[in-house]
Design a protein around this ligand. Structure first.
Ligand code: NAD
Length: 371
């Protein structure tokens, strides 16, 4: 079904969440879509990620203030769901993260806003180009190793110098999804001796194909993959045995990047106090699961803490620290989604039966919308 308006107006919101520097769409992608949509951009929306108002104007967008943007746009774009959701005019379409946030869900239902919550994107081949979780996890995995390396007081690569030689550091990624695999690839490039572990059997081949060593703990501790490539949750008993089995491997590592997650659940505890106490002093842990509870017993989101000589970095929103490229990738995903929603000049297609749009909407809604 299509709408009658030939050129939907798409508005880029500036991010208001603390520490959020990314922009949901960058000038290059606006330019590429100029033939089918009209873009308006909130003043300063790209400033923190290195994209000036001037660059957006040169790409063909008009710069407006927030109030005008909210009222004039058919589709609003944000990285995060806007904090002032309650001021959005009823009936708009919003594309942003926040798809697993119950407060956002309540607010959009109340305002009759059609929220395409980006975490709800199905993990299918067709939707891959629109997957912001994957693109941002790629940034996070890279940034985690860089951040960990800066905190370490040893080299990652092997060095041979006139003053003597230096052994390469040992690194392990616990959780080898998109972020973990990128952490493995980055640590390999920096010359560390790299290991990887995941409860999904499919991860073994991916870890080994990057030249890292898969840490095998036996079949009893594997999880069956569930739909969409995500891991299933383990029982408390399995988790306890897993922690015990991992401890001796972890004691040999200098850098540990954890990214083990189960969507919609608290992150599994992989390193408890006992395991932390058996690590070599100087070990650095970068915990990418900090926001969902953390993979260690001492992780504090947004904080770096020391425990028995071990540094634990509770990483929060690492992609925002690399805002230019993180935005570029996020924007590429959004462009793919917009091209899917607006295939030609005839308007926005928003069908709840659609295999991508339906899950993104996430609520029983909307067969068609007026954009
Ligand atoms: P995620 O962020 O939900 O989890 C990260 C990793 O933690 C996963 O690999 C998971 O298996 C692992 N994990 C969970 N519990 C664990 C435990 N107790 N111990 C160790 N590891 C544990 O996952 P993700 O990175 O978003 O994606 C996982 C996989 O999904 C990817 O590797 C990929 O194969 C697949 N994927 C498919 C598509 C697609 O087809 N479009 C897109 C993205 C990802």
């Amino acid at each position: 079904m299509t709408d009658t308006n030939p050129r939907p107006i798409i508005g880029l919101l500036s991010e208001r969440h603390d520490g959020e520097r990314r922009a949901a769409i960058v000038p290059a992608d606006i330019k590429r879509m100029a033939n089918r949509v009209t873009f308006i951009v909130e003043r300063g929306a790209g400033t923190k990620s290195g994209y000036s108002d001037q660059a957006y104007m040169e790409a063909g967008a008009a710069i407006v203030d927030r109030t005008d943007l909210k009222s004039s746009s058919d589709i609003l774009l944000g990285v995060r769901a806007p904090i002032d959701l309650s001021d959005l005019p009823k009936g708009k379409i919003l594309i942003s993260l926040g798809g697993r946030d119950i407060d956002v869900l309540d607010a959009v239902l109340e305002r009759d806003i059609k929220h395409l919550g980006l975490e709800r994107l199905p993990r299918t081949t067709r939707a891959q180009a629109m997957d912001v979780l994957s693109s941002q996890a790629t940034v996070a995995g890279y940034a985690a190793v860089i951040e960990g390396a800066r905190e370490l007081d040893v080299f990652l690569p092997m060095l041979t110098t006139a003053a003597g030689s230096v052994k390469p550091a040992k690194m392990i990624a616990l959780g080898a999804g998109v972020a973990g695999l990128q952490a493995i690839a980055t640590a390999r490039r920096l010359g560390a001796m790299v290991h990887g572990f995941d409860v999904r059997e499919a991860a073994r081949e991916q870890i080994e194909s990057l030249g890292a060593r898969f840490v095998s703990l036996g079949d009893a501790l594997k999880s069956q993959d569930v739909a969409n490539g995500y891991a299933g949750e383990q029982s408390a008993d399995q988790q306890a045995r897993l922690r015990q089995a991992l401890a001796s491997t972890l004691a040999q590592m200098q850098l540990i990047v954890t990214s083990a997650q189960i969507p919609g659940r608290t992150a599994p505890l992989l390193i408890d106090d006992a395991a932390l106490s058996s690590l070599t002093p100087g070990t650095v842990i970068v915990d990418l699961a900090a926001e969902t509870g953390g993979n260690t017993s001492r992780t504090k989101p947004g904080e770096t803490i020391r425990f028995n000589g071990v540094t634990i970095i509770g990483s929060v929103n690492l992609p925002s620290q690399m805002a230019a490229d993180a935005s570029r990738l996020f924007s590429g995903n959004i462009r793919a989604l917009l091209e899917y929603l607006i295939p030609d000049e005839t308007g926005v297609l928003l069908q709840s039966e659609d295999p991508i749009v339906g899950p993104l909407l996430g609520v029983d809604a909307v067969l068609r919308t007026a954009a």
